[in-house]
Design a protein around this ligand. Structure first.
Ligand code: ZN
Length: 143
């Protein structure tokens, strides 16, 4: 499909559980509330994180670990469906005590505190499918 027209459904405000992985928390939350498509933002702090940048030539994520407390200066993402299960895709900008940042595709994030605003989107279900050009699992809309 060319694009997907969606409309807002439920709005959720939730605080992620202390020491949970923020992605696992969001995945479980989506399953529990039967959310198949959503966008979200989060702010707060992580105890540690693993971020990544996708190597567009090698088609693999290059990871870097942030093994110290950081503010979640910004975290944005979406929920769609991959292989029948909710799939959370998130990017984060994390800042240290000097205001320096680490940023990227979020692979893991141990929650110290996180306030999440999630907006459910209703309409056609968005599925992730393997894209041979990029090597990524992308939405089945657009392009
Ligand atoms: Zn990403």
């Amino acid at each position: 499909m060319e694009s997907s027209q969606v409309r807002s459904g439920r709005f959720f405000l939730v605080r992620a559980r202390y020491e949970s992985d923020i992605l696992a928390f969001l995945t479980d939350f989506a399953k529990k509330h039967e959310v198949t498509t959503a966008t979200f933002t989060a702010i707060g702090a992580l105890k540690s994180a693993t971020l990544a940048c996708y190597d567009q030539q090698k088609h693999e994520y290059l990871k870097h670990t942030v093994d110290a407390p950081r503010e979640i200066a910004s975290c944005v993402g979406n929920v769609s469906t991959k292989e029948g299960e909710p799939f959370v895709h998130a990017h984060a900008v994390l800042s240290d005590t000097n205001g320096n940042t680490n940023a990227g595709h979020l692979l893991e994030g141990e929650v110290f505190a996180a306030e999440i605003h999630l907006v459910e989107l209703l309409g056609e279900k968005i599925e992730r499918r393997h894209d041979a050009v990029t090597g990524l699992s992308l939405w089945d809309v657009g392009a």
